[in-house]
Design a protein around this ligand. Structure first.
Ligand SMILES: NC(=O)c1ccc[n+]([C@@H]2O[C@H](COP(=O)([O-])OP(=O)(O)OC[C@H]3O[C@@H](n4cnc5c(N)ncnc54)[C@H](OP(=O)(O)O)[C@@H]3O)[C@@H](O)[C@H]2O)c1
Length: 225
């Protein structure tokens, strides 16, 4: 049995990860940021320990981390948003884009830094940064510029964390969950949330230090940075 921390588990991929892991008897600590999110998490994964914070709020994250006493084996920094309506290279909602960077790029780093002492105490520590294929600098397309930039920035953070934590034996990967039917992915996305999460969990369980600094999808296939 491992101890998993899932940040952003009120719905979608994070909620399904908490549900699947709790159902098979893993230890789950999961965070939400609202009462409605807490109710959804408790219904789906009644055994999970719950925390409450917004990933933009460093103090709240650090206070939540103080409530966790046991080592964390797998940290999944999952919380993310899609950003403002206007986010093309020719017409940008700059305030909305800045807020998105705080959620998608710096949010996962706030979570990692706050919980890192607990992660380092694991015998087999792993960190999964939930990014997107849209963060790849190699991918064409110009839609959703703020989202792409936020995930490209997160990818760079994942690379830096992987290098800075290698000597501590902490594995860090950037994970693309596929195009998943959630509120973010929409009803026409190709992948069922259960299948995406099953793949992510399988990969998380198989990760070794040889995998650190990989950018991969839920099937384990590498994506060009
Ligand atoms: N679905 C896809 O096709 C897809 C593809 C590529 C990457 N991803 C990535 O996968 C992750 C999960 O996506 P999803 O499809 O499950 O999205 P989702 O259904 O929209 O869920 C997003 C989750 O993030 C939480 N969240 C958003 N902003 C937050 C904040 N400021 N503080 C704390 N929690 C916050 C939400 O909580 P609330 O309920 O409180 O808002 C919710 O739990 C995201 O990082 C996303 O970018 C998804």
């Amino acid at each position: 049995m491992s101890h998993w921390l899932i940040a952003g588990a009120s719905r979608g991929i994070g909620l399904e990860a908490a549900r699947q892991l709790a159902a098979r008897g893993e230890r789950v600590t999961a965070s939400v940021r609202s009462a409605a999110g807490l109710a959804a998490l408790k219904a789906a994964a009644p055994q999970a320990n719950t925390l409450q914070f917004d990933v933009r709020d460093e103090l709240a994250i650090r206070a939540a981390a103080e409530q966790v006493l046991d080592p964390i084996d797998v940290l999944i920094a999952n919380a993310g948003a899609y950003g403002p309506q206007r986010q093309s290279s020719l017409d940008m909602d700059f305030e909305g884009a800045l807020d998105l960077l705080s959620v998608n790029t710096l949010g996962p780093l706030r979570v990692v830094q706050a919980f890192l002492p607990l992660v380092k105490r694991s015998a087999r520590p792993r960190i999964i940064m939930m990014t997107s294929r849209l963060g790849s600098m190699s991918l064409d397309g110009t839609s959703n510029v703020a989202y792409r930039v936020s995930k490209a920035g997160l990818n760079k953070i994942a690379q830096c964390l992987a290098a800075d934590l290698k000597d501590d034996g902490v594995v860090v990967v950037a994970m693309h969950p596929g195009r998943v039917r959630t509120e973010m992915g929409g009803p026409n996305a190709t992948l069922d949330v259960g299948d995406s999460v099953a793949g992510i969990i399988q990969i998380a369980e198989s990760l070794t230090l040889a995998d650190t600094r990989r950018y991969l999808d839920y099937r384990g296939e590498d994506i060009p940075w």
